[in-house]
Ligand binder design. Structure first.
Ligand code: TNX
Length: 525
């Protein structure tokens, strides 16, 4: 089943790399396998389909969601092609068809894409699969299709069939909105970029020493005071509940689940500054705008700490349709181990009380993870064997893992010593290093089935604009997305770098400011 894919990818390698920069748009459509993340199986053959001014987008008449996805696809394609692309449920001979079927083999997120002389049909069992299939279709068209002004065609899709289901159900990206605040529109822009690569979780790091970013009615000063600054002393900001709901709504329209994080019991200076009673000594510290970590802690023995926690978790859980609530738990260097364990027991119970699954950074493994808890591993090559062993032992006991190794998946690590943004505590992380690892074997000894997937965190100590986000996330985020989506058999840097190179003109057409790594043979168009 996989052999055709590897062949197609290899063929793509020659045609893309050989294309001279000045050539006119080629009439030959791009190979079916030239997609990131690599599809599970590809078989190319038969006539290609050319979009035209007669093309319609047909959807099953009884699904609102399929209609919405059809309208979304039309919005992507209309400006560049100039075609009307009506979305219709009437039978049309020629066109793009979005079809929900009862084919269980496609699972919750998989899809089948078939293209031939009369059109392209995307079939899925669930709407999320149609949406992912639409992302694949975008990549099968010339990169200029992503531009927002009229472009020269032809707009051809090569003939053949893709059958595609994800390797992992958890394919995440995290944005730190605490160290620097990002507006609702900025978060939505990043969501749209994640969706291109079939990412399905948005983890929002909503609180840290430098800022509390979500309105909590029962503790209003958390946001109004605790959210009033950021690293470097800028004005900060926070999401009202309506803002937050808008982020959740937009994410779910892109088939992403939002995973909110309140980092506890360390990384809490913004909360401690907002309410004196949360401090063991009853004295509120000043707001913090530096970048040190590990100096703050909630007061574990005080009863008020758990009233605060209950209120925050209750209000946040009520805003969260997704199943996870992330309680941080990293770098609690100012909390004794005994206090840490006590605190995490209580915090996990509160998350359970409000119907959510606990997620925490992997230090949770050194406490007492509750049944069903998910630990997010963020160690790196230099992490001690003892620390890794705690995580592996927890996995053996049933704790599930999401992998975010800092020297692979951290999008805030510098690419090389000259990268103007980012940090380097876990090392320099070029594009190949970021891609070239296997989530299943990364922590030896972890039982099969423990790994739920991968996540690429973006910490924002040094990042404050869209360009900053995009320069650090691209092109590493597509590589992490591929590790989460594609079968291991497709894993091959030499093939991947060519497929990634083909994303260059596409990212440029979308106005994404990406790092043009010299490791990647960037296509000219
Ligand atoms: C470590 S990763 C942290 C964050 C920093 C990040 C910077 C983690 C769970 N904690 O507080 O922002 O490094 O790379």
């Amino acid at each position: 089943m996989l052999a055709p894919l590897l062949l197609v990818v290899a063929a793509g390698a020659t045609s893309i790399a050989a294309g001279p920069a000045t050539a006119q748009p080629a009439a030959k459509p791009r190979p079916l396998g030239q997609v990131v993340p690599a599809p599970a199986s590809v078989s190319e053959g038969g006539p290609s389909y050319a979009l035209s001014d007669k093309t319609r987008i047909r959807v099953d008449d009884d699904s609102n969601e399929a209609h919405r996805i059809g309208a979304y696809l039309a919005d992507v394609l209309r400006p560049s092609t100039g075609y009307a692309l009506p979305v219709t449920n009437r039978d049309a001979k020629d066109g793009i068809r979005l079809r929900l079927s009862s084919d269980r083999s496609l699972g919750a997120e998989g899809y089948r894409l078939q293209s031939g002389r009369y059109g392209v049909t995307i079939t899925a069992a669930r709407a999320a699969g149609l949406f992912h299939g639409v992302q694949t279709l975008r990549q099968l068209l010339p990169a200029a299709v992503e531009k927002d002004t009229r472009q020269q065609g032809p707009w051809k899709v090569v003939g053949g069939t893709i059958e595609d289901v994800p390797r992992y159900g958890y394919r995440g990206a995290m944005l730190d909105v605490s160290r620097h605040f990002f507006t609702v529109d900025q978060v939505k822009r990043y969501i749209d970029q994640m969706a291109l690569y079939k990412i399905n979780k948005l983890h929002l790091h909503l609180s840290d020493d430098q800022g509390w970013r979500i309105a909590i009615e029962s503790w209003p000063r958390l946001a109004t005071y605790g959210g009033s600054t950021q690293v470097g002393g800028g004005p900060g900001g926070y999401y009202s509940k309506a803002d937050y709901k808008e982020i959740v709504r937009h994410a779910s329209s892109r088939y992403l689940e939002v995973v909110p994080e309140i980092d506890l019991p360390g990384h809490t200076n913004a909360a401690l500054a907002s309410y004196a009673e949360l401090n063991c000594d009853g004295i509120a510290p000043p707001l913090y705008t530096g970048t040190e970590v590990g100096f703050s802690s909630l007061c574990v023995p005080k009863a008020v700490t758990y009233r605060f926690l209950d209120d925050v978790v209750r209000e946040l859980a009520a805003l969260t349709p997704g199943k996870y609530l992330h309680i941080g738990g990293d770098e609690a260097h100012s909390t004794s181990h005994e206090d840490y364990v006590t605190f995490m027991d209580r915090a996990q119970a509160i998350v359970g009380k409000y119907g959510k699954k606990v997620m925490g950074w992997h230090q949770l493994a050194g406490a007492r993870p509750v049944e069903g808890a998910v630990a997010q591993y963020w160690g790196y090559d230099a992490t001690s064997a003892a620390e890794k062993a705690k995580v592996v032992d927890a996995a053996k006991e049933g704790t599930k893992l999401v992998l975010s190794p800092a020297d692979r998946a951290y999008l805030d690590m510098k690419y090389n010593k000259d990268t103007p943004l980012g940090l380097s505590w876990a090392g320099l992380v070029e594009v190949q290093r970021s891609y070239d690892w296997n989530p299943q074997t990364y922590l030896p000894g972890v039982p099969d089935g423990s790994v739920l997937g991968v996540e690429a965190p973006l910490w924002s100590e040094t990042l404050s604009t869209n360009d900053h986000i995009e320069f650090m996330a691209f092109p590493r985020l597509p590589g992490i997305a591929e590790l989460g989506w594609s079968p291991t058999a497709t894993h091959d840097w030499d093939a991947y770098k060519v497929r990634l190179g083909a994303q260059g003109p596409r990212l440029a057409a979308l106005g994404i400011d990406f790092y043009r790594s010299s490791q990647v043979p960037w296509a000219a168009r």
